[in-house]
Design a binder for this molecule. Structure first.
Ligand code: ZN
Length: 147
């Protein structure tokens, strides 16, 4: 399977069955993310235990790319420390804006399926929005916007 096929498979899969869907009842951190360009609007909740992401949940109205990115992000950061999750935010941002070479060292794992969006400027914000929202939740700000 080539990377383009894999990308499409993952997007479809995560849209059909988004992981960690729904807000946590006992969240310690929350944020809302908006991408006015596309209309993506998500809510993210986190439960931190000390410095560790113990649980994470999201919901909202978003396009396929945004929803798949959010779903895969929740899987990736669950169980990680805040510092490790923040490093992934930075790397994902760099990858989708073409600044990170995925052939080099990184911690993104299967999230590299999104590297192709760097060639689709209108979709970059859709893929990045969940990560901006995660950063906002860690920082204690309520809202993240791609604008
Ligand atoms: Zn979108």
């Amino acid at each position: 399977m080539d990377s383009r096929q894999l990308y499409q498979e993952m997007i479809l899969e995560h849209n059909k069955k988004p992981r960690n869907w729904g807000m946590l009842g006992d969240a310690t951190h929350k944020a809302e993310g908006l991408n006015p360009l596309c209309g993506d609007h998500i809510h993210l909740s986190l439960k931190l235990n000390g410095d560790q992401v113990e649980a994470v949940g999201f919901e909202g109205e978003a396009c396929a790319i945004c929803k798949a990115s959010a779903s895969m992000m929740t899987v990736a950061v669950k169980g990680k420390s805040k510092a490790d999750a923040e490093q992934m935010v930075q790397e994902f941002r760099d990858m989708t804006t073409g600044k990170l070479d995925t052939a080099g060292p990184h911690h993104l794992g299967r999230l590299t399926v999104f590297s192709g969006v760097s060639e689709l400027p209108t979709r970059v914000k859709c893929a990045i929005l969940p990560w901006h929202t995660l950063h906002a939740a860690f920082a204690g700000s309520d809202t993240a916007s791609t604008e």
